[in-house]
Structures are given as C-alpha cells and as structure tokens.
Design a protein around this ligand. Structure first.
Ligand code: PLP
Ligand code: COI
Length: 341
C-alpha cells in the first residue's frame, strides 16, 4: 500500500480530508446497514435537531502503525461504551458496540494510505459522531439520526509538541454539577470556545476549569483530563462527576500502578494544593500527555518544579510506556490493542 505524499512529521492537529468515511442512518426505530462513502458532505433539514438544539455527540480515538508494521487502535471498545453513555444522556439511539468497532476498522482499512508511518510522530485520528438529522422545532429529541466516522492524519495537539504549556485558571465554567460534563457532547465544546479564544489572546495555551459550585477544585481543561505527580512521586488525578472519563487517563493510572509500580490516587484535587505538585500533565487522545510548566491563577504563578523546558521525569515515563504500548514496543494489557491489519 503506497502512502500518501504527506509531510507526516510536520503535521499539526488539523483536518485533512481522507478518502472514505462510514455512514449509517437511524429511521423508524432502527439503524440501516451502513456504508463507506466518498462523499464528505452532509445534507440535512434546516430544522435538524443538531442544528437547532445541538443534539450531537462524538468520540475521538487513534489508529497507530506499530513497530512491526501492523495498524491498530487503542481500546476502541471504551469509546463505543462512552458513546453509548453520551447517547443515552441526550436521548439518542445507541449505536451497537460491535457495529461501532466494525465501522472504525472499515474506515481505517479504507484509508490505509493516510495512516502515518511508524516513527513519524503522527497518527490517524478517528472521529465517530452522531447527530439528530430530522426536523424538530419544539424542544424534543429528533426521530432520525446519523452515525458517521471519518479519519484525519494528525500530529501533536499543542504546537511545540512536548514543550511544557502555560495554562490559566478560567473564570468561565465548563460543566454544571449534574450537567453534561461527563459525556462527550458537542455542546460542552461550544461553550468552551469563548474561554479558549480569550485564553489564547492572553498568551495561555489552555484553561484549567474549576468545579462551578465551589470554585476550589480542579476539574479538567477543554479537551483533556489532568494528571499530577506529587513531590513524593504519587500520581494523582481529579475525581469529579462533571469531567469526561478519559480513556487515556484511565489507562495511565493502570500503567502507573502496574507497569511503573507507582502509587496512584483518584480524588478531589484542590486548587490550593497545586503548589505542592511536582509535575502536571494534560491527558487525552489528542493531547496524549502534554506537560504543563506553569499554572496562572489570576496573576499568581504556580511554577511546576519540572520547569518550562521538558517533561517531568514521571510524566516522561508514563508517556513512554503508554505510547510504547500503543505502538507495539511494549506488551499491552489483554484487550487494549485491536489489530486491524
Ligand atoms: N476531557 C475532555 C473534555 C476531552 O474532550 C477529552 C478528549 O477526548 C478528554 C478529556 C480525554 O479523553 P480520552 O482520553 O478518552 O481521549
Ligand atoms: C480527543 O482527545 O479525542 C478530543 O476529543 C479532544 C478534542 C479537544 C480534540
């Protein structure tokens, strides 16, 4: 299979249209068989549920070329399960897990020429999503839905790759208690746009959102969960019902404990204890683990001892072990890797 002529090593996190995408429609209470199509455009009613009341959910995962030349995905079953949870919360039909996995396999295989080569630092980002496609004008769920998956080759989410980020404590909230913060709904991202644009305008890479009720606890960023390393080497991540249950974060906690023998803790993390942390990272499919060097809380700078030039030592070990598992250099726990080719 001849690869596309793309400068893989210099890719950022952007959209490049690939050849084939998967589409399945839900009508009269059932999903159709689904097909791969070359048509990247969608035609829907002007009154579609997604356009009027933001009835849309999505997932994000990657396909990797391994050291020995296979193409694999990482824990796609967990993406299927999370999409199911998102669908239920927004009164959408569930796309069955086996069909989800098959759709991902098909899109990756059909776009093999766009799966970045091993060692390039790039991956094929996969975006499964579902939206209400039939008209709704009263506030209620649509009757018809479309599930789609496309792929796009990507490099690092943050410019500068592994260079530590500077983030700010946001005055905007991301997700209300008992709201939709724990699902992957487009609406959570729409409401983060003003916050991220203003953060960038002020020279910050990302926002740290706090719990809206007390504004004392760390939640997450617009697109990643937090992971901290304490000065005595413990890996700590915030526990909250209003953050997205990151598959990367769950995998990293396992890796920290079972592969690196570190103590791990999932608990409430207070803003006021950040000065005691040795390292901080943002973890997610897109972010992988992106190190944070500085957190600015309304003019007060919290400088992580790991500094502004490279990843802290524990973050680095976690990064290397996780990406080693994803790229086939390190043996994966049972069921984590799905071989497509
Ligand atoms: N938190 C938010 C808000 C996200 O959008 C993402 C990205 O998917 C994550 C966390 C990380 O989740 P995962 O590791 O499953 O990609
Ligand atoms: C992902 O990591 O897959 C996400 O959906 C995050 C998004 C901000 C790109």
């Amino acid at each position: 299979m001849e690869k596309k002529n793309i400068d893989w090593s210099n890719l950022g996190f952007g959209y490049i249209q690939t050849e084939k995408r998967y589409v399945s429609n839900y009508k009269d209470g059932a999903w159709d068989d689904g097909v791969l199509t070359e048509d990247a455009n969608i035609v829907i009613s002007e009154c579609a549920g997604v356009l009027q009341y933001a009835q849309t959910i999505f997932e994000g995962l990657k396909a990797y070329t391994t050291e020995d030349g296979h193409i694999v995905t990482f824990r796609p079953d967990l993406n299927a399960e999370r999409l199911e949870a998102s669908a239920k919360r927004l009164e959408m039909p569930v796309f069955p897990k086996e069909r989800f996995l098959d759709a991902i396999d098909k899109v990756v295989a059909a776009n093999e020429a766009y799966v970045p080569p091993y060692g390039s630092g790039a991956t094929l980002y996969l975006r499964p999503y579902m939206f209400g496609s039939s008209p709704v004008i009263g506030v209620k769920p649509a009757q018809e839905y479309q599930f789609r998956v496309f792929g796009t080759p990507v490099g690092p989410y943050f410019k500068g790759g592994a260079k530590p980020l500077t983030i700010r404590v946001s005055d905007f909230d991301r997700a209300a208690p008992n709201g939709t913060g724990n699902i992957k709904a487009g609406l959570n991202y729409a409401m983060s746009l003003h916050a991220i644009v203003s953060a960038h305008a002020e020279g910050y890479d990302e926002n740290m959102y706090l719990d809206p009720k007390t504004r004392t606890k760390v939640e997450e960023t617009g697109g990643a969960n937090f992971l901290f390393v304490t000065k005595d080497g413990k890996v700590v991540t915030p526990k909250s019902d209003s953050i997205l249950p990151s598959i990367t974060r769950r995998s990293l906690l396992y890796v920290a404990k079972e592969y690196l023998g570190l103590e791990v803790e999932e608990r409430e993390v207070l803003l006021e204890e950040l000065g005691d942390m040795a390292e901080c990272g943002l973890c997610g499919t897109a972010a992988v683990i992106s190190p944070v060097g500085k957190i600015v809380d309304h003019g007060k700078e919290i400088c992580l001892p790991s500094g502004m030039t490279e990843m802290g030592p524990t973050t680095k070990k976690l990064y290397e072990t996780l990406t080693g598992i994803q790229m086939g250099r390190i043996e994966a726990p049972e069921g984590w890797i799905r071989v497509i080719k």
